[in-house]
Structures are given as structure tokens and as C-alpha cells.
Design a protein around this ligand. Structure first.
Ligand SMILES: NC(=O)C1=CN([C@@H]2O[C@H](COP(=O)(O)OP(=O)(O)OC[C@H]3O[C@@H](n4cnc5c(N)ncnc54)[C@H](O)[C@@H]3O)[C@@H](O)[C@H]2O)C=CC1
Ligand SMILES: O=C(O)C(=O)COP(=O)(O)O
Length: 598
């Protein structure tokens, strides 16, 4: 969708935040905190209008991307297509980019995230395998990684079948010999596929499409995949077997698992020794799943009769590579995804994911963040704001030097437990808890990581409420245990700092502080005062603020009983001066007070 001034989102916020950058601003309304839009105050005094396009984000496309994808990106962002950058050049450029799009040829290393200075918020992989992206570093830096997992499946499967058939009939070698003026009909006698056993290693999207096609060629297909459901395999007439069984019974082995620490060099001297003599191997997965030196030994020993390889540990492989030069090896330069159709498809798939992420939407193809469907996100939006603000309030109630380690979040909801996804809410509470006391930028991607890194344990509890589950959450309560509070009345009967809130008419409200019921809209900032309940208190505090022209938006008093201990919550639009706050503290009946920024 083209961004335009008419694409507006209204949300409640107050003036103190209006001067912040768009990235920080949107942090409170976008789950990812990365939307590329800016803010302008509207005529309605309590709302800001979010206008897209004031500052277009910049997307660096570091490898060739299909035209349709580029066009989608250009509608929303400044697009810099710079191919063949050295790692150093990429590190230099990245600090000016909000998103980076790559294929398999670019190493997106930790240095790139470090060099980005926090600006890089999305890495888009225009393809499936994300082994070239340092996912841990991306997560630590709060950078979302998205891929294009579906558009090149058929292309990769077709290339696997092309290699299988070409290898069996020596097509590449025979072609080269004819072009060299030879006519070697006896040398290039091949082997038939029909009736042979093909072991598909990795029965995911590509593997299952290869299996389907191989069955059409009359092959007996078995598969090994520890995570694939047996009924999906059975549905296309494929038997799932153990790793060793697959190796021992296969005439052909086709590799389709991702490169992970568990699959690295999964074919090695030991596993080649378990194969049938004369086995033939196809690899369109990743070079790293084979120990390439061991493969050369297995080829020389005749254990492996032939190999057809599209991928290599180092790409491009060295010219004098024994593997590439081997007579019984057919090689292609990582062409699995390289069809016109697949390249247009992945370009659109990745561009949509990157633009969506830059707009602050959660992606269905996120690799390092929970995927939250759009309808869930839109329903949770006000609760996301509530969650962050409760976290912000709770942490500001902690006395200096206390060290927050243990937080309990309670969600009161009439929804069945599996009908409420709290990951987003937990992430935003974490954001609220950590951002006011550190310089770390937190979003859905790095919230859990950052909490863990800081030794912050966040326990969640659900209270199942009676009634209609129309709203996803009735209340959220945040409790911080084992800390002192700078506002003693915020300590609950059970000894923790406690704040609780609800969404009312789409606006988040603070409804409980410690054991005191209050009701104040979570906008602007809040002053909490504790006093013995008596007439005239609201007037006294209000007049101190009024003298300084600080607008009071809400006031609410929560008390245990008339004329007993009470907590007054006052919402203010502007920040009162230190002098005014001091004067509030000096009002004789006020026992303690705290000023909290939202
Ligand atoms: N040569 C090329 O141009 C292309 C290569 N690829 C490669 O193919 C791989 C597979 O792609 P998709 O099928 O789309 O991914 P996928 O995620 O749908 O399938 C991968 C399958 O491997 C399985 N797996 C994981 N660990 C395994 C293990 N130890 N042993 C056996 N199976 C294991 C998973 O359970 C999953 O079912 C990608 O990761 C990528 O590296 C994909 C597209 C193009
Ligand atoms: O999608 C994949 O995993 C691939 O290997 C395709 O790589 P490419 O985008 O062609 O560099």
C-alpha cells in the first residue's frame, strides 16, 4: 500500500512525547517499535495523528532482487540497490539503513548489527535458508529477521530433480564431451531411476515436493526427518525411516534439511561408510551439511558413485577444488531458487514482509520473533499500550538500589487459556520495565533475550474470569517482588510493589496501586500522593498545579475507608516544576508522593 498523508492512526498520547523521534514514538503503539512514520499534533487536544512518509525509511538491497519486489519497496521507502559490497562497505553503509535485503551471497554478521548503531530494524532474506544471518546477533540488537519461505520451493525441488536425472544419465559430462568433439556412447551409459530407492533427507517443503516428483518417476521414496509428521508423508506414499535406515537402503540420497549445528557435516566418513556401495547423492540444501573432504574420499573409494551438487561450503568454491573437479561430480552454482518465477515470487514475498515490519506490523514470516496474526494484533493494541505503561509505572516505584529481579504478571481474562497469546503483552511489560532504567531499546524481538540477560525473571499467571470473553483481557497486574518502594503505599498486602490496569473505552487506565483502588487514565504523567483521607486535599494539590498552569486531566482517590489512609492519583498533561512538586510534598496532610512519567 502506498503510504500517504491520509493513512492515519489515532492514538492517545500527550505533549511530553511529541518531540521524540518517530522510532521511539511508535515503540508504544507498534509491537516491533520500528514504524517509519512521524507525529503531528492534531486539533483534538488529546490525540496525535500519525502521518506516514514524513521520513521515508531506507532499504538497502544488497543482492539482485526481482523487479516486482523492488517496486513494492519503492512505494514505501528509499531503496538503495548496491550489489557486490565488501563486508567493510556493507558495515559502513548499514548505519544509514532501516532494512537490509539479501539472498544467500551476503553474510549478515554480528559486525553488521554492531555497525548499524541500532538503526537496522529488519533483515529480509529473499529465500529460505537463513544460515547466512547471525540470528543471535539480530535478536540481541532487536532486529527482526524475515524470510521468503514459500516462493522458491518448487524451483528448488525442480532443480533437485533436474540434478538427479542429469546425474543418472551423465548429461553434463556427455554434453561437455560432445562440445569437445567427442562421441563417447559407451562411456556415458547411465543408470535407471525406476524402481530405485530415493531417501529424502529433510521432509519439509522442498523435500516433500522432490518426493512427489520422484514417485512420478517410478522411484521408491523413503524419507528421514525427525520433526515431520508421519501422516503427511503417508499421504503421498512416503515412509518415514530412521537416519541409519535411510542411509543403508538408499540408491539415491537427496538432501533437503537446513544447515544448523545439528546438520553440519551430517554426511561424513562415518555416515558414508553406512551407505550402499555405489550410492548417488544430490545436494540442493547447503554445502555445509556434507563434509566435502570426506565426500571426495567416498567418491574415490567408489562408495559414492556420483554426486550432483548445487551448494558448497564456500561459495563460490575454489577453482582447484578436488570436489568440483571430480569426474563423478556434477555442479551448478547455487541455482536452486533461480527461476524467473521463483525470483519474482521471493522478491514480492520478502518486500511485503519488510514493508510490513517497517510499518510496525508483525510478520507471518518472522524468523526470530513470535508471529502474531494481524487480527490478534489489532485486538490487543490498547492492551499493548496498557502493558507497557504498567511496566513503566511499576519500575518507577522501585526505590533506587533495589535491583529488579522478579516480576509477576497476572492477566485476568474470560478467554480460554489457549485463546489469549500473551507474548506480545509480556514483551511490552518488559519494555516498560527496562527502558526507563537503561539505554536498551526493546521490542518484541529482543524483549525476552534482554530480560534474561539482565537476570530479570518474569512469571506469568492467568486468572480465568467468569463472563463474556468479548475483550481479550479484563485486567493486567504487574508485581515486583523483593524490592523497596519509593512510595510505600504501592506495596501490596503481600509485600510486592503492585500496579493494576484495565482498558476502558479503548484507553488504558490505572486501576490499582498497592491495595488502593484508583482510576486514572494512563496518559501524560501521574502524581501519586498518600494521605489520611480528609476534605480539601484535591483542591490543595490542584491549586499548586494550577498556579503553574499544569493541566490536570484526571483525579481519583482510593481509600481503605472514609477518613482513613488514602492514595490520590492525579493525571497531569505537563511536567510540574521541581518547585511545585516540593510544594505538594509540603502540604501537611500529604505523607508521601511520587511523580511518574509514562
Ligand atoms: N539450493 C537452493 O537454491 C535452495 C536451497 N534451499 C535449502 O533447502 C532447505 C530446505 O528448504 P525448505 O524445504 O523450504 O525448508 P523447510 O523448513 O520446509 O524443511 C526443512 C526440513 O528439514 C527438517 N530437518 C531439520 N533437521 C533435520 C535433520 N537433522 N534431519 C532431517 N531433517 C531435518 C525439518 O524438520 C524440515 O521438515 C533450506 O533450509 C535451504 O537451506 C531452499 C531453497 C533453495
Ligand atoms: O532460499 C534458499 O535457501 C536458497 O538457497 C536460495 O538462495 P539464493 O536466494 O538463490 O541465493
Amino acid at each position: 500500500m502506498a503510504a500517504s498523508a491520509s493513512s492515519t492512526i489515532l492514538f492517545s498520547s500527550k505533549s511530553s512525547r511529541a518531540s521524540l523521534s518517530w522510532k521511539n514514538q511508535l515503540a508504544s503503539t507498534s509491537a516491533l517499535g520500528i514504524s517509519g512514520v512521524s507525529l503531528r499534533r492534531s486539533s483534538s487536544h488529546r490525540q496525535f495523528v500519525v502521518f506516514s512518509m514524513d521520513a521515508k525509511p531506507t532499504v538497502l538491497v544488497a543482492e539482485k532482487l526481482g523487479e516486482a519486489g523492488l517496486n513494492l519497496l519503492k512505494e514505501f521507502a528509499n531503496v538503495d540497490c548496491s550489489y557486490n559490497l565488501s563486508p567493510e562497505e556493507l558495515c559502513t553503509k548499514i548505519s544509514l539503513c532501516d532494512a537490509l535485503i539479501v539472498r544467500s551471497g551476503t553474510k549478515v554478521s554480528r559486525e553488521i548489527f554492531e555497525s548499524s548503531g541500532g538503526r537496522l530494524k529488519v533483515v529480509g532474506r529473499a529465500g529460505v535458508g537463513i544460515d547466512n544471518v547471525d540470528l543471535a546477533a539480530a535478536t540481541e540488537h532487536g532486529c527482526l529477521v524475515v524470510n521468503a519461505p514459500t516462493a522458491n520451493t518448487v524451483a528448488a525441488a525442480e532443480h533437485g530433480i533436474a540434478l538427479l536425472t542429469a546425474m543418472a544419465r551423465n548429461i553434463a559430462q556427455a554434453d561437455a564431451s560432445v562440445k569437445a568433439g567427442k562421441w563417447l556412447r559407451n562411456k556415458y551409459v547411465g543408470v535407471s531411476l525406476v524402481g530405485k530407492t530415493l531417501a529424502v533427507m529433510g521432509f519439509g517443503k522442498v523435500g516433500s515436493e522432490v518426493a512427489r516428483r520422484a514417485k512420478g518417476l517410478g522411484m521408491h521414496v523413503i524419507a528421514h526427518d525427525p520433526y515431520a509428521p508421519a501422516d503427511r508423508a503417508r499421504a503421498i506414499g512416503v515412509e518415514l525411516v530412521s537416519f541409519d535406515e535411510a542411509l543403508a537402503s538408499a540408491d539415491f540420497i537427496s538432501l533437503h534439511m537446513p544447515l544448523t549445528p545439528a546438520t553440519k557435516k551430517i554426511l561424513n566418513d562415518e555416515t558414508f561408510a553406512k551407505m550402499k556401495k555405489g550410492v548417488r547423492i544430490v545436494n540442493v540444501a547447503r554445502g555445509g551439511v556434507i563434509d566435502e573432504e570426506a565426500l571426495v574420499r567416498a567418491l574415490d573409494a567408489g562408495i559414492v558413485a556420483q554426486a550432483a551438487l548445487d551448494v558448497f561450503t564456500v561459495e563460490p568454491p575454489p577453482k582447484d577444488s578436488k570436489l568440483i573437479q571430480h569426474d563423478n561430480v556434477t555442479a551448478t552454482p547455487h541455482l536452486g531458487a533461480s527461476t524467473m518465477e521463483a525470483q519474482e515470487g521471493v522478491a514480492i514475498e520478502v518486500a511485503e514482509a519488510v514493508v510490513g515490519a517497517l510499518k510496525g506490523e508483525l510478520s507471518a514470516t518472522a524468523v526470530n520473533a513470535p508471529m502474531v496474526p494481524a487480527e490478534v494484533l489489532s485486538e490487543l493494541k490498547p492492551y499493548v499500550v496498557l502493558a507497557e505503561k504498567l511496566g513503566r509505572l511499576a519500575v518507577q516505584l522501585v526505590a533506587g538500589g533495589s535491583g529488579v529481579k522478579s516480576v509477576k504478571v497476572t492477566y485476568g481474562s474470560a478467554r480460554a487459556p489457549d485463546d489469549l497469546d500473551t507474548r506480545l503483552l509480556r514483551a511490552m511489560i518488559t519494555k516498560g520495565l527496562i527502558e526507563p532504567i537503561s539505554s536498551v531499546f526493546i521490542n518484541l524481538v529482543n524483549a525476552d533475550f534482554t530480560a534474561k540477560q539482565r537476570g530479570l525473571r518474569i512469571a506469568e499467571e492467568r486468572i480465568l474470569l467468569d463472563g463474556s470473553p468479548e475483550s481479550p483481557v479484563e485486567f493486567i497486574q504487574v508485581q515486583i517482588a523483593n524490592v523497596e518502594s519509593k512510595f510505600a503505599s504501592a506495596i501490596s498486602d503481600s509485600g510486592e510493589i503492585r500496579v493494576e490496569g484495565r482498558v476502558k473505552d479503548g484507553v488504558p487506565h490505572l486501576t490499582k496501586v498497592g491495595s488502593f483502588e484508583v482510576d486514572v487514565s494512563l496518559e501524560g504523567s501521574i502524581i501519586l500522593c498518600s494521605q489520611v483521607d480528609q476534605p480539601g486535599m484535591i483542591g490543595k494539590v490542584g491549586s499548586v498545579l494550577g498556579e503553574e498552569n499544569v493541566n490536570v486531566s484526571f483525579m481519583s482517590v482510593g481509600r481503605i475507608a472514609p477518613r482513613k489512609q488514602a492514595v490520590m492519583a492525579i493525571g497531569v498533561d505537563e511536567q510540574p516544576s521541581k518547585e511545585s512538586l516540593k510544594r505538594i510534598g509540603e502540604i501537611p496532610a500529604i505523607q508521601e508522593f511520587v511523580y511518574l512519567k509514562l
